[in-house]
Design a protein around this ligand. Structure first.
Ligand SMILES: CC(=O)N[C@H]1[C@@H](OP(=O)(O)OP(=O)(O)OC[C@H]2O[C@@H](n3ccc(=O)[nH]c3=O)[C@H](O)[C@@H]2O)O[C@H](CO)[C@@H](O)[C@@H]1O
Length: 354
């Protein structure tokens, strides 16, 4: 008799960094029946609703300190836990996979209160608050960076890398009018774009054009000046779906240091200049970037110290030194965990029992 497919609830919400690894893992688990838990009005409503049944609940972030606001959030959390418990029971789910963030808190508490296994994936080198608080309750915590383990002493951690979308694992055609022989600089500011980086890049770009380089600039949707630079060697767009084709073609990236972006730089062996988002929780982008800097895969600048002059000349220097770029590329590739999706899918299959 064939076994009934495993029923899994995936709790992942917010921005690309939480959603893409979860979507990649879910795609690998095509022998399971998957439903999704998210939050109304976040990116999952566009990225997930055409792939899996999407259930949404309202959850709030955990602010610093303790006051009336915290009591209200705890009250809200208790309500969310009850909602998720109801969903897990009604849907006969046998386990939960989550990529952390606020949605993970009620998902972990609800599943564990019903005795269901939870596999949590944490992609950052410094785990987020929810991961730090709730990971001891999880059946397993898969980490993207080995460095995260030291911050999770009470959790059962397994190094798994961070899954990337399948487009990264095969050569992608570049559907942009860029000549084959020119150097390409790719500018990325995470899934939302980075206005401060955009501004610096627009100031620097004319010297890069003079040096023969092309610039592909993913600006995000929040930059009022996104269209202010016009040049035949400059292509800008708020968001591009096939980022893999750009990373595979580029010679150098200028990027924030979110965990998915870094994983993609590693998988494509792309050298980078990293400018960590200075306001990320616990400054985690700086710690992510340090892993790449230590390995020789990236040059890291703090945004507060970086001027257009410094960025402009660093890029020109790197473009001229192809041996050094080659070394950075090899170092980046060495950080890649190319079977992360399979590792996570296997962990889920092993721990979630029918
Ligand atoms: C500001 C902030 O706190 N960001 C966090 C957020 O990042 P965020 O959600 O921005 O995610 P990342 O920086 O890790 O990755 C960005 C993702 O968006 C994709 N992309 C980007 C631009 C585009 O045009 N097309 C496209 O597909 C990239 O290919 C990548 O997969 O979650 C990550 C995972 O917890 C954290 O590591 C980041 O620090």
């Amino acid at each position: 008799m064939t076994k009934a497919p495993l029923r899994l609830l995936v709790a992942a919400s917010g921005t690309g960094g939480h959603l893409f690894p979860a979507i990649a893992t879910a795609g690998q688990l095509n022998d399971c029946q998957i439903e999704w838990l998210g939050v109304p009005d976040r990116m999952e409503t566009q990225l997930v609703s055409s792939l899996y049944p999407l259930h949404t609940i309202a959850v709030e972030g955990f602010q610093q300190g303790f006051g009336l606001g915290t009591l209200r959030i705890l009250g809200g959390l208790a309500g969310s836990v009850l909602q998720v418990r109801k969903l897990l029971k009604a849907g006969n789910f046998q386990g939960v996979f989550t990529t952390g963030g606020y949605i993970a808190a009620p998902a972990i508490l609800a599943a564990r209160s019903l005795g269901l296994p939870v596999i949590l994936h944490e992609s950052n080198a410094i785990p987020g608050k929810v991961t730090r608080w709730f990971s001891p309750l999880c059946t397993a915590v898969a980490i993207g960076f080995e460095a995260a383990a030291q911050h999770l002493p009470r959790a059962k951690t397994v190094v798994a890398g961070t899954p990337v979308r399948s487009q990264f694992l095969a050569r992608q055609p570049l559907n942009l009018p860029i000549p084959d022989s020119v150097p390409v600089i790719l500018v990325m500011g995470g899934s939302q774009g980075a206005v401060a980086v955009n501004k610096l890049v627009r100031e620097c770009a004319p010297a890069w054009f003079d040096a023969g380089a092309w610039v592909v600039h993913l600006t995000g949707n929040n930059d009022p000046d996104a269209e202010s630079l016009k040049h035949e060697q400059y292509l800008s767009m708020p968001f591009y779906d096939n980022v893999a084709s750009l990373l595979q073609r580029a010679n150098l990236a200028i990027s924030r240091s979110g965990a998915s972006a870094l994983t993609e730089l590693a998988v494509t062996g792309l050298p980078s200049i990293l400018i960590p988002f200075p306001h990320a929780a616990d400054d985690h982008q700086r710690f992510n970037a340090e892993v790449f800097a230590k390995a020789g895969a990236a040059v890291v600048f703090r945004q507060s110290e970086l001027t257009a002059d410094v960025l402009q000349s660093k890029v020109l220097y790197l473009l001229r030194d192809s041996d050094y770029l080659e070394k950075m590329s090899k170092a980046a590739a060495q950080l890649a965990v190319t079977d992360s999706t399979e590792r996570l899918a296997n962990l889920v299959r092993e721990l979630v029992v029918r």
